[in-house]
Design a protein around this ligand. Structure first.
Ligand code: ZN
Length: 290
């Protein structure tokens, strides 16, 4: 990889991070934090929104020359994890649409509008441990259940009145890396991220976002534990975030995520409760084995 390829890759990663910052704007004031150990109720998705979400995701993937996978071993692996996580919430898996996006080694996952989950093959290929993948997906589901997303005032303030802001308005991501340069994707991402760039520099919005991230970490931890996935894997994800997110996590963390140690400390704080839920589900007491 030569210097210009690396630079171009970095530029794409920055643009993507700016886009993600735009998509993961925090919700609103006045809402109570979800207590550690609690999982909010699932809201039934509307068919119309699911349809709109599908066409928006397909359009975006198409414009970036990425493929949407609806079958195959990678799809099945993630589908099984999603089914197990959502069964723990008391909802059937088929009310949670799953989109696997293949292209450019993007290591990312996001929750989009109501119950739709997007996972990129770059992430699936980098994580061999299902517990770790379940941790990331649990976090994304948590964003949906906690109804995280831009409130009307904030949307107006930062001007997210474009297609992405409206249709994919509550998309939230765990982190991203774009490895390998593609001039088309750079141009597309640049266009989409244009308005997001201003958001990256706005401390107030980022601070909101961090509180949502902590909340999603806590709720996600409970969801995975309730589904019988080892909750300690969530800590492993963030301890190995550089490898998983392709080394771009300094950008991701700066823009949309708390620092690694803060995030890990928050997860550790909620771990005893998660281990209780895990024990109730599996009969295995991981706390006594520490
Ligand atoms: Zn998040």
């Amino acid at each position: 990889m030569n210097a210009s390829t690396i630079l171009s890759g970095l530029r794409q990663a920055l643009l993507l991070v700016a886009l993600l910052a735009l998509l993961s704007l925090a919700a609103c004031s006045g809402r109570k934090t979800i207590p550690v150990g609690e999982i909010p109720k699932v809201t039934k998705p509307s068919k119309q929104v699911s349809k709109m979400t599908y066409s928006a995701i397909a359009k975006r993937a198409n414009s970036r020359r990425q493929k949407l996978l609806r079958s195959g071993s990678e799809y099945d692996r993630v589908r099984n994890i999603l089914n197990r996580l959502t069964a723990a919430l008391g909802t059937p898996g088929d009310t949670w649409p799953l989109y696997i996006v293949d292209g450019y080694d993007v290591a990312n996952a996001s929750a989009v509008n109501q119950n739709s989950i997007v996972v990129y093959t770059g992430l699936i290929r980098r994580i061999r441990d299902d517990n770790m993948l379940a941790a990331i997906m649990g976090h994304e589901i948590a964003h949906i259940l906690a109804k995280h997303g831009p409130d009307k005032d904030r949307k107006k303030k930062v001007g997210t009145t474009n297609m992405v802001g409206n249709i994919l308005g509550v998309a939230v991501s765990v982190g991203a890396a774009v490895v390998g340069a593609d001039p088309n994707s750079a141009r597309t991402l640049g266009g989409l991220a244009h308005k997001g760039t201003a958001v990256v520099g706005t401390g107030a919005i980022l601070a909101f976002d961090r509180s949502q991230e902590t909340e999603a970490d806590h709720v996600g931890l409970m969801i995975m534990a309730k589904a019988g996935y080892d909750p300690r894997a969530a800590v492993k994800v963030w301890k190995n975030s550089k490898e998983i997110f392709g080394g771009s996590n300094s950008f991701s963390f700066l823009s949309t995520h708390p620092s690694g140690s803060t995030r890990i400390d928050d997860l550790e704080d909620a771990m005893p409760k998660a281990l209780e839920l895990y024990k109730a589900r599996t009969g295995v007491d991981l706390a006594s084995r520490e």
